[in-house]
Design a protein around this ligand. Structure first.
Ligand SMILES: Cc1cc2nc3c(=O)[nH]c(=O)nc-3n(C[C@H](O)[C@H](O)[C@H](O)COP(=O)(O)OP(=O)(O)OC[C@H]3O[C@@H](n4cnc5c(N)ncnc54)[C@H](O)[C@@H]3O)c2cc1C
Length: 471
């Protein structure tokens, strides 16, 4: 089934009253922000960024050494970045997909799979230990085929998963539609190693846990400049300064304080909608009683979750790069993407005709050419960074944070010696070449989706080099 490229009037009506704000952040459970930094302070560890990577860094630093002083500086509010805007898929995989892991780190893949499982167990244990109410559920995630050729891809994924002991099971069309009923679903494969959750609630719970362990938070505090001193780094902010022995940079797709990192990361905007709660009759019409995550197997894919209060989050498809690494709040509103998403939703679930959307939003993703987090150090080992999750950082960010802490310790550890940690992604070309190359790649991916998955010479070349563009 091809997804439409021109939205129908009824789809526009379904989004007519949306609130242009992330559903997850529009929640009475949102905690008060902490005041900005207005003085000169010193610390053992300064964390820049209050998304999952920054929060996990601060939490794990305190858990390892409760005497270490830890400060977290956030430009806006905790969870205002990708961490409060995502689909809520919390994957065990650290490598984006098994296939991507195979193409980059075949030898250490079994170890990375085990580290990924331990990481997800660690997330679940933290949620229990700090009593974080974030609807965490090990419901698994279903990849669906919406075109004939994708069925073969699913079979291949299941076979590959079997070889590596990853619990993925195939559903034929009847089994798939018995779980989640859409006339466009031809088959499915469920990966039982993944969980689903409410991301903003997790981020706020981690903030509460950090505060309880003594982490000092300063929200509304952008770090504008870093200056190396002999034993410390000075972090400058509009109304105060921090002298830090170590710095963990967790700023994701936002303009990096270390300029050269722009070579490795492309900021890409991804968009999502949330429906009103389904009535019992609507819910029964589509099934989906297990809260499994859902995504289709195209290059330009949709992802979806059923929330605990019976709404459907529906996002993806468009992945928009704005010229010159554009990152700006006004890019979060893209009516054309919202209209397409609404139209694709009604194509997928025609039984839900008349269901309206309540929220629409966008968020920025840190795309890198290897689709998986990478790390590095600067200022003679006093600063470490982790970025490049490429749309799959809800789970992997805890691992990204652990590795940063190991790098800052200056010691060789099991994690610092991983090839995945030692290597960097292939850089993207700078502007003015970046825009046309990305747009040509997107055009090629769209064409492949409309041509039974057949990839043109450009995509085949990128595949052969282990490179790509994804969200
Ligand atoms: C629409 C959307 C859907 C997604 N869906 C999924 C999904 O279902 N599953 C999944 O695994 N991943 C998903 N992702 C990706 C996932 O959300 C991210 O990988 C993850 O949240 C990254 O966390 P982070 O802490 O590294 O970044 P962020 O959450 O973006 O946090 C970075 C923080 O740094 C702050 N900051 C930036 N610069 C400065 C500065 N100079 N000084 C101080 N603070 C600064 C920002 O304000 C921001 O709060 C999605 C992303 C988007 C946008």
């Amino acid at each position: 089934m091809f997804f439409s490229t021109t939205p129908r009037p009824e789809s526009l009506r379904a989004i007519a009253d949306v609130k242009l704000f992330p559903y997850w952040l529009d929640d009475p459970a949102k905690p008060e922000s902490t005041p900005p930094l207005t003085s000169q302070i010193e610390t053992d560890l300064a964390v820049i960024g209050g998304g999952f990577t920054g929060l996990w860094t601060a939490l794990q630093a305190k858990q390892v050494d409760p005497n270490r002083d830890v400060v977290l500086l956030e430009a806006g509010e905790v969870a205002i970045g990708a961490s409060g805007r995502n689909g809520g898929f919390c994957a065990a995989s650290l490598t984006h997909t098994l296939d991507n892991g195979l193409s980059h780190w075949e030898k250490e893949l079994p170890k990375l799979i085990q580290l990924g499982r331990d990481n997800l167990d660690g997330i679940e244990a933290t949620i229990k230990r700090f009593d974080i109410d974030c609807d965490f559920i090990r419901s698994g995630e279903i990849g669906v085929a919406v075109e004939e050729y994708q069925i073969a891809d699913l079979h291949e994924e299941v076979e590959q998963a079997k070889q590596y002991g990853v619990p993925v099971h195939f559903f034929d069309q009847n089994e798939m539609r018995a779980r989640i009923n859409s006339p466009s679903f031809l088959a499915g494969a469920i990966d039982m190693s993944n969980a689903m959750l409410n991301p903003a609630r997790l981020a706020w719970g981690l903030k509460r846990a950090c505060l309880g362990l003594g982490v000092r938070f300063f929200e509304g505090t952008p770090v504008t400049e870093l200056e190396e001193r002999r034993e410390t780094i000075l972090l400058k902010t509009p109304h105060g300064q921090v002298k830090a022995r170590h710095v963990a940079m967790a700023t994701n797709a936002f303009p990096p304080l270390l300029k050269h990192l722009s070579l490795y990361v492309v900021p890409v905007y991804d968009y999502a909608l949330m429906t009103e709660p389904l009535s019992k009759a609507q819910h029964d019409a589509i099934g989906w009683h297990g809260r499994e995550g859902l995504s289709d197997n195209a290059n330009q894919f949709h992802y979806s979750q059923m929330t605990s209060d019976g709404r459907i989050l529906w996002g993806g498809y468009d992945a928009i790069y704005y010229r010159n690494n554009g990152v700006d709040p006004h890019f979060e509103n893209r009516p054309a993407s919202f209209a397409l998403l609404a139209d694709h939703f009604s194509q997928t679930f025609p039984q839900l005709e008349g269901l309206r959307f309540t929220h629409a939003w966008g968020g920025v993703i840190d795309t890198c050419s290897r689709y998986a987090v990478f790390w590095g150090k600067a200022y003679r080992g006093k600063l470490a960074y982790a970025m490049g999750y490429t749309g799959l950082g809800v789970g992997a960010s805890r691992f990204g944070a652990r590795v940063m802490l190991d790098l800052l310790s200056g010691k060789k550890t099991e994690l610092t010696e991983l090839q995945m940690v030692k290597s960097k992604p292939f850089p993207f070309p700078p502007e003015p070449f970046r825009s046309p190359i990305i747009n040509f790649t997107r055009w090629s991916l769209e064409r492949a989706d409309r041509n039974a998955g057949k990839r043109n010479i450009w995509l085949k070349t990128l595949d052969a080099l282990g490179l790509g563009f994804d969200s």
